[in-house]
Each structure stands twice: as C-alpha cells, then as structure tokens.
Design a protein around this ligand. Structure first.
Ligand code: BV8
Ligand code: ZN
Length: 253
C-alpha cells in the first residue's frame, strides 16, 4: 500500500526536506494559482505578478495583493500545515520546510503546535516571500504589511516612512531573483536529505521546483502528495493522490 510505504520512508528518514505549494493551503480557503477557480483564472500571471506590471499599473497590482492579503488574514492553517509543523518540531533539525506559498500559514501552524516552546524549527524557508509584509521599492526596508491599502490612485498607495518611495508586497515576482540565502538554504537542505516530501505543487515554477530534483540527484527519495499527477509523479518513490489536509496527517501522526 503506497501510504504504508510513505509512512515507513518518513519514519526511517534521517533528514527530510518538505516542499509545499498552493495545494497545501487550498483546504484553508486560499485559492491556488492554476486550479479550477484559481487566482490566475481571473488574471494572468504576466499581468500582475511581475515588476513590469507593477511599474505599468501599480494600482491594479496593489488591488490584487490587498485583496489576497485580506483573504489570507481570515484563513487558518489546516491539518496538513499542523502535521508538518509537528514533524519539524518532534526532532528539531531533522526536517526543513520549504514553501513557495506567501500566505504565512506554515508560520502560524508552527506557533500553534509549539505553544510556548520554541517554534522556530518548524518555520519554513519562504522562497517566494510573504504577502503580509511590505518592502520599499526604493530603500528595500521591510515592514508589516499595510492592511487598509487604498489602490484608487498612485498618490494613495502605501509609501515608505523612511524614503517616501512606493511600497510593494514583500514577494518574489516572475523575472525577479529569489533571495540567494533562502533558496541556497533550501538547496543545502535538499542536498543532505534522504527524503523530499512534496505537497500540493504543480512543480512548474523554478528554481523552487528544483528542490526535489536536488534530493534525487543526491540519492534521496521523493514522496508526492497531490490531487493530480505532475511532472514529479514519475520520479517519486510514492505519489499519493488526495487532499493534503486529510492525507498528510495520516503519514505523520
Ligand atoms: C527567476 C509569489 C531569474 C508571488 C510566485 C520567462 C520570463 C521570466 C521568468 C521565467 C520565464 N520562463 C521561466 C521563468 C522562470 C520563472 C518560472 O519558473 N516560470 C514558470 C511559470 C515557467 N521563475 C521566475 O521568474 C523566478 N525567478 O527565475 O529569476 C533571475 C535570476 C537572477 C536575476 C534575475 C532573475 C521567480 C518565480 C517566483 C514567482 N512568484 N509567487 C505571488 O504569490 O503572487 S510563484 C507562484 O506560483 C506561487 O508562489 C506558487 O506557489 C507558485 C507555484 O505554484 P503552486 O504553488 O504549485 O500552485 P499551483 O496552483 O500551480 O498548483 C497547486 C497544486 O496543488 C496543483 O498541482 C494541484 O493539483 C494541487 N492541489 C490543489 N488542491 C490540493 C492540491 N494538492 C493537495 N491537496 C489539495 N487540497
Ligand atoms: Zn524606502
């Protein structure tokens, strides 16, 4: 039984790297990108998640992110996030969570599971940044995200308290480089892992989608949890079909 093989691989693994995508947050109510009703059904990525789009139409880009920010603020981590946080906290240092998601739900799951104990071992490497933070497009200053963005005109968009330049969401857009320290740490973890657990990603966006490949090249195994097959499915020792919120806890608890 595939789930039994997956459970055994997770139990025996000395080092685990986890890669999550939008699918792990779907059951929390955060729309995925490419699925039915996905974020990019109503918009096209090139229109919004690029620096060119922001330069051309900052109000439209801010309108989309302000809507997503308020939507995510109402969402809760689901049992999939909680199970992964528990995996990372049971043996600190054994599991590294790498997420493409910008919704912050892994962080919130870590704090919920750890309670007053140290939740840091379950904090994810957020390779695409975080939607609840702002970054200054001028001096780069990072701050807590403005919650009442007024996208009606460039003048009403949030501006930096330090240099006055326009703020942007602290996320990585298409065509932008990832933070080398963050993606570097993700690849370092993948290189020494004997197991990569991939949950809820279409594995289309690079360089994040290379994480499982790094583990494979280093001789490790891949387990995939997804509703549908992806380009990783044939490389996986086990590819489980099902909802992350229901399946992932059965592999870990
Ligand atoms: C870079 C943050 C180089 C913003 C995101 C042409 C021009 C420019 C670049 C490129 C190009 N061609 C290729 C590239 C590279 C590009 C890329 O990979 N493009 C792809 C589309 C081909 N990558 C980049 O541009 C990256 N930067 O390469 O820079 C560089 C180097 C040096 C100097 C300068 C530049 C930057 C990529 C980061 C883009 N930002 N997000 C935001 O969120 O708005 S990516 C975005 O897609 C999200 O982060 C998301 O996480 C990510 C990947 O999508 P998924 O998470 O996989 O979500 P998706 O909906 O696709 O899939 C969901 C999956 O879950 C499905 O498989 C579904 O079946 C499953 N699922 C659904 N529900 C469930 C489930 N599974 C389980 N349970 C469920 N309940
Ligand atoms: Zn500034």
């Amino acid at each position: 039984m595939n789930a039994d093989i997956a459970r055994a691989l997770i139990a025996e693994a000395k080092r685990i790297v986890v890669l999550t995508g939008a699918g792990i947050s779907a059951e929390s109510g955060v729309p995925t990108f490419r699925g039915p009703g996905g974020l990019w059904k109503s918009f096209r990525p090139e229109e919004l998640a690029t620096p060119e789009a922001f330069a051309r139409n900052p109000c439209l880009v801010w309108e989309w992110y302000a809507w997503r920010r308020s939507l995510v603020a109402e969402c809760q981590p689901n049992a999939g996030h909680i199970a992964l946080a528990r995996l990372a906290l049971e043996l600190p240092g054994r599991t590294t969570i790498v997420t493409q998601n910008v919704d912050g739900l892994h962080h919130r799951a870590a704090r919920a599971v750890a309670g007053r104990a140290d939740s840091a071992p379950a904090y994810p490497l957020e390779v695409h940044g975080a939607i609840h933070r702002d970054r200054c497009s001028g001096c780069g200053r990072v701050s807590d995200g403005v919650t009442d963005v007024d996208p009606t005109s460039v003048e009403t968009l949030p501006a930096c308290v330090k240099c006055g330049a326009m703020l942007r969401p602290d996320v990585v857009w298409f065509g932008e480089a990832l933070d080398p320290a963050v993606i570097g740490a993700a690849f370092d973890a993948a290189r020494v892992a004997d197991l990569c657990l991939v949950v809820g990603t279409s594995a289309l966006v690079y360089p994040a989608a290379s994480v499982p490949e790094v583990t494979l090249q280093a001789g490790g195994a891949v387990i995939e949890v997804n509703l549908e097959a992806t380009s990783l499915s044939r490389l996986a020792r086990v590819s489980l079909r099902g909802e992350a919120g229901k399946l992932v806890p059965t592999l870990i608890d």
